[in-house]
Every structure is written in structure tokens, then in C-alpha cells.
Ligand binder design. Structure first.
Ligand code: FES
Length: 221
């Protein structure tokens, strides 16, 4: 993720985002989030509030959202914490974008299990569709980034696109997903092979009788 772009607070960014404030709905949501923490511990709400702010920026720009520096400053002020503390959080987690992203933010896991299971093929499928790591496509539809483990290693290789995971990918299935998104469709998230969540492909391979009923195995031991 070292190549992830960061945009400085240029005069244009300041002009566009210095007046950022939560919408009435998000303000109400922010109050709920802050209320979950004990008095004096409101700083703990920084991650959900940065996420809320990023989603609001996304809604205002018809993208997946990002965090301009004035928006991070707003969240820091909202929580009465030093700006640098909020900035540290925003720069640590790859869920926060520090430069504009497209309508679909394609985050390809390149960590060892996904790499061994074919993340190079997934990246090749992205490249074949004109996606370049760390960049957005000219039509603003896709942004591609490579990220570290997203916690779905059992179904490697996988990508996260916006809020969904797509798993058990191949060059062809990744291509089909990108094409479906470009057509405005919503491809089925999760495993792209015949399995439920991270269960074995094709159905259970151990304790198969338990798949449909509470089978008693005790006299078979
Ligand atoms: S290594 Fe890719 S999800 Fe864990």
C-alpha cells in the first residue's frame, strides 16, 4: 500500500472542502457512535467517524469517497482531538483513501496466501481492463490498489470492491466481475466457485450427515 496516493491540502482542496460538515443524518449517526463510549473517551470514535465522513464525501462526489485533509481536520475538531492523531489513524488503515477514488475501488490482496493462489492472475485481469495500480481509470469508474491481507485467505485469491469481497478468483471470473460492474450490474459477492462461505468446494467433506440434521456419531467412534 506504500504506493497509495495522498493529496496535500492545496488551495483547490481547501476551497472545496474547508466548509465540510456532517449532514443532518450523519450528524445524528455520529452522535450515536460517540455515545457508545464513556465520557472523556470520545476520541475512540475516530475510526467510525472518519468512515462516516469518507462515505459522505463519496455520496457528494458519486465515488467510493476519500478523506481530504480539511475533512480529517473536521473530524478531529468534532472529537476535540489534535488533528495529527486523526491523521495518524487515517494514514494507518487502508480503508481510508487519502486521494480521490473512482466509483469502484478495487483492492486486490497481494499477501502470500493470495499470491500463491493466483493474485497475479487477478492483477493481470485488472491490467487487461486498463486498471493500473494506484490509479483511476479515465472514466472515473475504477481505482485499483494492492493491499495486504483482508482476512479471507481461505478463499484466496480475493479482492474487496467497495464494501464487498469477491473470492476464489481466476483471471476469467475477475474479468467477468469488472465487466458486470462496468455495465452497472451488481455481481454476486463472496465465493465465485460452488461453495458456501469458506466450506469445501462442492459441499461438506467431513461429518456430511450433519449438513442436514443433528446426526449422532457417538456409536461410530
Ligand atoms: S492473504 Fe489474501 S485475504 Fe489473507
Amino acid at each position: 500500500m506504500a504506493e497509495a496516493a495522498r493529496l496535500p491540502a492545496s488551495p483547490e482542496i481547501r476551497a472545496r472542502w474547508d466548509g465540510f460538515a456532517f449532514t443532518a443524518d450523519n450528524e445524528a449517526q455520529a452522535k450515536v457512535v460517540v455515545g457508545r463510549y464513556p465520557p472523556g473517551r470520545q476520541h475512540s470514535a475516530v475510526i467510525p467517524l472518519l468512515d462516516l465522513a469518507q462515505r459522505q464525501v463519496g455520496a457528494e462526489t458519486n465515488t467510493q469517497g476519500w478523506l481530504p485533509i480539511p475533512v480529517i481536520e473536521y473530524v478531529a475538531r468534532y472529537l476535540s482531538m489534535p488533528y495529527i492523531r486523526a491523521y495518524e489513524v487515517a494514514t494507518f488503515y487502508t480503508m481510508f483513501n487519502l486521494a480521490p477514488v473512482g466509483r469502484y475501488h478495487v483492492q486486490v490482496c497481494g499477501t502470500t496466501p493470495c499470491m500463491l493462489r493466483g493474485s497475479d492472475d487477478v492483477l493481470a485481469a485488472c491490467a487487461a481492463k486498463g486498471l493500473k495500480k494506484g490509479h483511476s481509470t479515465a472514466d472515473g469508474l475504477f481505482t485499483l490498489n494492492e493491499v495486504e491481507c483482508l482476512g479471507a485467505c481461505a478463499n484466496a485469491p480475493m479482492v474487496q470492491i467497495n464494501d464487498d469481497n469477491y473470492e476464489d478468483l481466476t483471471f476469467d471470473s475477475m474479468t467477468a466481475i469488472l465487466e458486470a460492474l462496468a455495465r452497472g450490474e451488481t455481481p454476486k459477492p463472496g465465493p465465485q466457485v460452488d461453495r458456501q462461505t469458506s466450506c469445501p468446494e462442492g459441499g461438506p467433506t467431513s461429518l456430511p450427515e450433519m449438513a442436514t440434521a443433528n446426526h449422532d456419531y457417538r456409536n461410530q467412534w
